[in-house]
Design a binder for this molecule. Structure first.
Ligand SMILES: [Zn+2]
Length: 242
């Protein structure tokens, strides 16, 4: 199975579905981790350098589970629902030919998250169109779109759960690749700085709270929750999540 996960920012996929992507790799899926923006928001520093740091962090994180990184490089805070951007999403889907797409829920908090979600949903349909102007073949297969956890779980009620207990260390290792995000945003980035201890690591604290709560629903130590887009060409009779 091909799984395409599309997150607006460099650490979104790790936070909201990193364990599930690790489980997908375990069962032999090909996993594409697409980061939409270039990460220019932080750390503090020169723009080109910051973008290079964020891209390398995303590459290393994908390598933890053997996923294939894709970097769209759209300016952070500048993801818009427009024709040129939608075209890039159509091409992304045609290139990866996914059996499952995972992205942000449409009502999530950040404009980049909301735009990413809508771009994925609209591109999913356009990618099927036979005469759409593209060198890549149409993607005609039924392709469910799963919405991953919302920021801090706010307003998100999952329909399906994935047990991520046994891949928990991998999820944390992926998050730790985003070293630049674990430093004070107002200070110049120090690549040599040690990672904070687990009790002060904001990523670890964040996912511990959310995934333990989702795990409570299904009587597992850690879980990740998902909802599915209910629409034509998106529904199957079988479960696609691990
Ligand atoms: Zn984000």
């Amino acid at each position: 199975m091909n799984v395409l996960a599309v997150g607006a920012h460099g650490d979104d996929l790790e936070l909201f579905c990193g364990g599930t992507l690790a489980r997908c790799r375990q069962r032999g899926d090909r996993v594409f981790m697409c980061v939409v923006t270039d990460g220019r928001g932080r750390p503090k520093g020169e723009l080109e350098q910051v973008i290079a740091i964020r891209r390398e962090e995303a590459r290393r994180s994908a390598a933890v589970i053997g996923a294939e990184p894709i970097w769209l490089g759209i300016p952070d805070g500048g993801v818009w629902f427009d024709e040129p951007t939608r075209h890039r999403f159509v091409e992304l889907i045609r290139e990866c030919q996914p059996d499952l797409v995972i992205t942000h829920p449409p009502e999530d908090y950040h404009p980049d998250h909301k735009a990413t979600s809508r771009l994925v949903m609209d591109a999913a349909q356009v990618a099927r169109t036979a005469n759409y102007p593209s060198a890549l073949p149409p993607h005609r297969a039924i392709m469910p779109v799963a919405f991953m956890e919302a920021e801090r779980g706010i307003g998100f009620l999952p329909e399906e759960y994935v047990d991520v207990t046994e891949v928990w260390d991998q999820k944390l290792a992926m998050l730790d690749c985003h070293h630049s995000q674990l430093q004070p945003p107002t200070l110049p980035y120090d690549p040599q700085a040690p990672l904070p201890p687990p009790e002060q690591n904001m990523f670890h604290q964040y996912v511990e709270a959310v995934s333990a709560f989702r795990g409570l629903a299904v009587e597992r130590r850690y879980a990740e929750g998902f909802r599915f887009w209910q629409a034509a060409n998106r529904l199957l009779t079988t479960r696609v999540l691990p």
